[in-house]
Structures are given as C-alpha cells and as structure tokens.
Design a protein around this ligand. Structure first.
Ligand code: TRP
Ligand code: SF4
Length: 402
C-alpha cells in the first residue's frame, strides 16, 4: 500500500523561518516518497478565532502562497482548504457520536490553551471537539503517517483510538454476519463444527495454533470464495474489518530553529523573522540580537555556545564560517557585528528567493484560487470514497432503506 501523508496548518498569521525549517522543508521532502495531502485548516482556526473569521480567510491565501514559495508542489501533492471539503465536517460529526467525553477532556492542550488564551472564551463545544475534526482530517484520506510537532502527538493518539473504536463498532456489519453463516453452511457440517471449536480455542485460550489450523481448514474447504474465507478468519481472530486506518505520528528531525532571543521562534514571543520580511528589516533584527553577555566589548572574548546567534549559524552557515566564528569569538578576533553580518548575508541569500516567490504568488489570486479549487476537487473524490464506506458501515447508505 502506498504511504499517505496528511498534514494541516492553521491560518492564523504569516509564516516565519521557524515554520520553514521546522515544517515546510519536511513537507517538501515528503513529496518525493509519499502521496501527500496538505491543507489549510481554516475550520480549526475557528475553534479558537471564531470571533474574527474574516481574518483567517485572508490568511488562508497567504498560507497557500507561502507553501508554494517554499516548494510545496500542487502537481505532486493535493493542496486544499479544509472548508471546501465538507466531508471533514461529516466525518467529525459521526465520530462525535461515539467519542467519549473523557477522551476529549483529558487532551493536554484543552486545559493548557484555555489557560494560555485567557482573553478568549474557549469553553466551547468546537474547541473541545477540535481533536475530532483533526481525526476526521486524517482518517478521510487513509493516512498512515502524519507529520506533526511534539505538541500534536496527544491528538494523534486520540485519532488512533477513535479509528479503532469505529472499526470495532462498525467493522463487522450485519451483511458480514450473513455471509459468514452462508459460508459455514457451504463448508459442510463437520468443517463448520471444527471451525467453531477452533474459534473457541483461539478466543478463550488464545491458542495461536488454532489460528493456523483454521487457516488450513478454510483453505481446504470447498466452495468458499476468498472474501468469505477472509471474513471467517478475521472473525475467528476477533478482528473487525478495518474501515478507518490507524495513523502514526511522523516526528520530523527538524533543525531546531531558535528565535532571535534564543527561545523557540514563535509569534507569541515576538522573536520571529518572517518568510516575507524585507531584507532591511531582517538584517536589522539580526544585528540587534542579544549576544553572549560576557562579550561586553569588542576586546572581550566570548563563547558561541552561550550566544543566541550561534544556533543561527548552525542552521545557515557552512563549516568554514562556523569555524571562523568559533575561533574569532573565543579569541576576540572578530566582533559581533562581523559575526552577525556574515550570518545576515546567508539568511538573506536563503530567504530572498522564497520571499520573491511568495510575493509572486500573492499577486496571482486567480492562479491561487485555481490551485485551491483543483486540490479541493481531488481531496473530495478521495474523501468521498472513505465516506461511502463509513456511511455504509453505519447503515446510513440508501441501500438499507426500503
Ligand atoms: N492541529 C494542527 C496544529 O494546530 C493542525 C492540524 C489540523 C493538523 N488538522 C490536522 C495537522 C491534521 C496534521 C493533521 O498545528
Ligand atoms: Fe555571538 Fe558571534 Fe558575538 Fe560570539 S562573535 S558573541 S557568536 S555574535
């Protein structure tokens, strides 16, 4: 089976270099080896920003432009906006019917975010149900791997548990039971009785040999089609038919991209460099970064390990420049301005083409709309396949009505 990736980003602002190094470069790389679905999680943004939906709408287009600028490729990956694919809402609704409240309440981010975003009222149904929407996003595409940050791992655990719960409820349909009984009749009475004994041995005593014997029994049984044989075997092994695939977290070994003050780069710390920030502003921010506090003057030696500028060099500079910094800083051979200018040259060299491409895409709303439209069309086709199975497993398809 091909490996499928799903990942989303909330449109709550412009992207910065932390997103680029921590997330987007990984997305771009995954396109070579996986079938990728990348979407703008605009409904997710509403779980916390429901008061200003217009804002998130604008950011959706910024986000798409920035993804394209970073190298996410609409010909190889499916790029779309979540709210354009209504199946996400349908599956989230159905999952909500069987999601235990306790699972949602114990998600760490539920309490944390409520504390952190005190200015917002997050005692809402939508916010509590956020992991259900995320689960729907993933399960709709049969994703087996989900690139996420460490903060999302708990959500993914819920996704796995919900997939399992769904499969155990609805995996075995009444139609399957009918086919199983028909199969047993076809096998003949002796074989059917042998099957019953093996089932008991396996289910009550966990006897693995019984499973093997059953395989042989079913293989030799006359008149069974392969579907019925599989059904009988799965039933004996206590497995439901798997309708929704259990996803796994794919933790990127992303370059740790620090912010200007040494803490994690994050909008809420105000320590970011924007993907589309002007060269002047980028250089100015880098030149005013704090340094090793022991280097009070040009003549005082310093230690890069104690300086927030150093991790930037580790991400951006080649071995020669890094050696020059190490040596020059420790012997006071170079000044901090030299060190920072060398860094700024590299950052700007790297950022310039991305900034230019992002500006280009931001100026092409028609093209962006077309990409989003095509992506949504492809996403809907795949999502609808899953929904047909889901509806049928839950008895919601037209076939069961008179
Ligand atoms: N919850 C993710 C975040 O806040 C965004 C997201 C929504 C997502 N649905 C997803 C990520 C599905 C991966 C897969 O960053
Ligand atoms: Fe930091 Fe560079 Fe100054 Fe050393 S020379 S303290 S690494 S900015």
């Amino acid at each position: 089976m091909t490996s499928t990736i799903v990942s989303g980003m909330r449109p709550t602002g412009r992207l910065h270099l932390g997103h680029y190094h921590g997330v987007l470069k990984n997305w771009v790389r995954l396109q070579d080896t996986h079938e990728c679905y990348y979407f703008v999680a605009d409904w997710h943004a509403l779980t916390t920003h429901y008061e200003n939906p217009r804002d998130t709408g604008g950011f959706s287009w910024d986000l798409l432009a920035e993804w394209l600028a970073a190298g996410v490729d609409p010909d190889r990956s499916v790029l779309f906006i979540q709210s354009w694919v209504p199946q996400h809402a349908e599956l989230a609704l159905l999952l909500g019917m069987m999601a235990p409240l306790s699972w949602l309440e114990r998600v760490p981010s539920f309490k944390d975010q409520q504390e952190q975003l005190r200015e917002r009222d997050l005692a809402t149904y939508g916010f509590l149900g956020y992991p259900l929407l995320m689960t729907a996003d993933i399960l709709l595409y049969g994703a087996d791997q989900v690139p996420v940050g460490a903060d999302q791992v708990a959500h993914l655990e819920i996704s796995r548990e919900l997939a399992r719960r769904f499969n155990s409820f609805y995996g075995r349909t009444p139609a399957d039971a009918g086919r199983r009984e028909a199969g047993l009749r076809q096998m003949g009475r002796r074989e059917a009785r042998a099957y019953g004994h093996l089932l008991q041995r396996f289910q009550e005593q966990g006897d693995l040999l019984a499973l093997e014997e059953a395989e042989v029994l079913l293989k030799d049984a006359a008149g069974l089609d392969s579907g019925t044989r599989e059904l009988l075997l799965a039933h004996l092994a206590g497995k439901g038919r798997s309708i929704l695939r259990e996803p796994e977290a794919l933790l990127a070994e992303a370059a740790r991209m620090p912010g200007l003050d040494g803490r994690k780069m994050s909008k809420s710390y105000g320590n970011t460099i924007g993907l589309r920030e002007s060269p002047d502003s980028v250089r100015k921010k880098l030149l005013t970064m704090p340094t090793d506090p022991d280097r009070r003057g040009r003549k005082d030696p310093g230690n890069p390990e104690k300086c927030p500028v150093w991790p930037f060099h580790q991400v951006y500079s080649g071995p020669e420049t890094r050696a020059w910094v190490m040596e020059g800083c420790r012997t006071a051979g170079i000044g901090c301005v030299d060190c920072k200018n060398a860094l700024a040259d590299r950052v700007l060299e790297d950022q310039a083409p991305i900034r230019e491409r992002a500006e280009y895409w931001a100026g092409q709303p028609e093209k962006l709309r077309e990409i989003a439209w095509n992506g949504a069309r492809r996403a809907r086709l795949r999502a609808e396949e899953t929904m047909e199975q889901v509806r049928s497993a839950m008895g919601l398809d037209a076939a069961v009505h008179p």
